[in-house]
Design a protein around this ligand. Sequence first.
Ligand code: PGA
Length: 249
Amino acid sequence: MRRKLAAGNWKMNGDKVALAELDTLANTPEATEIDILVCPPATLIDAAVTRLGTAPVAVGAQDCHAETTGAYTGDLSAAMLADVGATAVILGHSERRALHHETSEAIREKARAAQAQGLMAIICLGESEFQREATNTLDIIGAQLSLSVPDGSTGLNLVVAYEPVWAIGTGRVPHPDQIGEVHDFIRARLERRFGAGVGRSVRLLYGGSVKPANAADIFAVSNVDGALVGGASLTAGDFRPIISALAQA
Ligand code: PGA
């Protein structure tokens, strides 16, 4: 059985005051039933880990460099993130693929580095609206998946997030059948590449405009093991009902 995962991606939002949201999450009763992860901006990771203490809420990062140390001004390595207590890192988010020109090959190297440091790599995949209209969504997802995911991945060090680019921050959500089609496809591909045992153990998240109002419908879809939540993860008031919906799914 895959343990469900509710992951929040704060993106470039949040300051020290916003860490108070974590106090409410720390007391979420469902935190013992499902995994909860918050990925604040890197400036807040250390403080978030300290603030959460022994609470059952994990802290992750939003990107890392493929190298461990070196002359890479402005970058952070997976080792540095692990050093301050992060246990996961989001990689290949569509905003980084688009705005930082990250290729799937580069994302795979980052994921390899993250896994080598004991971090769980949350690798994001997703088609643009143009690509969906051209009906080659599964081709796009298949190519991103095989190139971005490193060999040796397991259910412990890999999570795959399907995030259609056109659904991120737009309030538009695919039909459950569309989500199910992609998630079933990703599951089948992972089983083929890594074998049924590993392939079935990797958690698949849906991301893109997940809100309290639509969460239950999304979590009812086959092979949806949780969500990667952007805007609605910024306040515990929005994130908690999504966590509850996941625990009940
Ligand atoms: P959103 O973002 O929930 O604000 O649409 C999701 C994401 O980009 O991970």
